[in-house]
Design a protein around this ligand. Structure first.
Ligand code: 5AD
Length: 365
């Protein structure tokens, strides 16, 4: 898809035009390329410790209001067993950048998950932030299949502003993604929609970068302001975080306008991502379900998404993994969520995926 087409779709507001020209084609593209199965990934939020200071994220190191936890090996394994019991093909181990999750510890947990008894071994996806290549290699050798690392925004300048570097030098998440691909991981990335400072031109570039990186997995969700973060505080006080340029002409004005962190903008981005990357695995994210608890998940699935990531974190830890406030499904027990999810999928004519649900097997044509 051309950048100009993406740009135009991002500006369409008329509901029936959007349905006809964007959402229906994205849904057809999803069905044609990846089918009606919805792959379920059991999300295990293994640690809320984080050494970074991202301006948007509630886990940032200096948020002293947040209680911190790190799951033990046994706790992680019992969540993984639950994934097996519920018939999920994949578990996702996600956490902050936590030095306490050492290379050998994670490698041992990955190997133990891969050898849990069951017909098909669980696929293991890691989402543990920016880590040294030595760790990434070790985890791959231990059996990890996939790695998620959102680049958050393709605008390098904006990324630097919202994501302070470590003393070692600037982050390069795109370079890490490419190295992980070389190591044999399936790679996933994604962005937040409407993070302060994100322009329409940036969002267009984000979507084309997904295609350029040939990602196996792409997660997009709305930015949700967290009051204990610099960006959350700025948004809730309705003040610009940094001055936006005043553009010289109208096209510039449309390029440089702030993208809203709205539900509709999220659906448009999901749909455009599907059209740009027909075979990718695309979740209908929890952040979207948080904006619209009644229907967000379903509408994401009907507008391009084909993955759901049910939360298998032990309920006593969930409230502490507060990336953003009022996360959907904070209190639902995994079994209850699963039963209602099956009904909700059936109601929209979809069925739970079988097997590991690798994008390399997405060959429905
Ligand atoms: N709102 C929405 N998404 C957020 N993330 C972090 N903070 C927020 C927020 N305030 C997303 C980032 C990160 C992922 C794990 O969660 O994109 O990569």
């Amino acid at each position: 898809m051309e950048k100009m087409d993406i740009f135009c779709f991002l500006h369409v507001e008329d509901a029936s035009a959007l349905e006809r020209l964007l959402f229906a084609p994205a849904d057809a593209c999803r069905r044609h390329h990846v089918g009606d199965e919805v792959h379920l990934r059991g999300l295990i939020e293994v640690s809320s410790y984080c050494s970074r200071q991202c301006l948007y994220c509630g886990l940032r190191a200096s948020n002293s209001a947040l209680g911190r936890y790190r799951m033990t090996r046994e706790e992680i394994l019992s969540s993984a067993r639950l994934a097996h019991e519920l018939g999920y093909g994949t578990v996702v181990l996600q956490g902050g950048e936590d030095a306490g999750l050492t290379g050998p510890f994670v490698a041992d947990v990955v190997a133990a998950i891969k050898s849990l008894p069951g017909d098909v071994p669980l696929a293991v996806t890691l989402s543990l932030g920016e880590r040294p290549d030595a760790d990434l290699r070790l985890w791959r050798q231990a059996g990890a299949d996939r790695y998620l690392l959102r680049f958050e925004t393709s605008n390098a300048e904006l990324f630097r502003r919202i994501h302070p570097s470590q003393p070692g030098g600037p982050s390069d998440r795109i370079a890490q993604l490419r190295r992980m691909r070389e190591m044999g991981y399936e790679i996933g990335s994604g962005i937040m929609i409407g993070v302060p400072g994100q322009t329409y031109a940036d969002l267009v570039n984000d979507i084309t970068l997904f295609a350029e990186l040939d990602l196996e997995m792409i997660g997009v969700g709305p930015f949700l302001p967290h009051p204990h973060t610099p960006l959350g505080a700025a948004v809730s006080h309705d003040a610009g975080v940094w001055p936006m340029q005043t553009p010289a002409d109208r096209q510039d004005a449309r390029d440089t306008a702030q993208v809203p962190n709205s539900e509709l903008m999220t659906y448009k981005t999901v749909a455009l991502t599907r059209l740009a990357c027909p075979r990718a695995n695309i979740p209908s994210t929890t952040a979207l379900a948080t904006l619209n608890q009644a229907q967000g998940r379903e509408l994401g699935l009907m507008r391009g998404a084909n993955v759901v990531m049910p939360n298998l974190t032990p309920p006593r830890y969930r409230a502490l993994y507060e990336i953003y406030p009022a996360k959907a499904c904070l209190h639902e027990a995994p079994g209850e969520f699963h039963a209602s999810l099956l009904q909700r999928l059936a109601a929209i004519g979809r069925r739970p995926g079988q097997g590991q649900g690798s994008s390399r097997q997405n060959t429905v044509t």
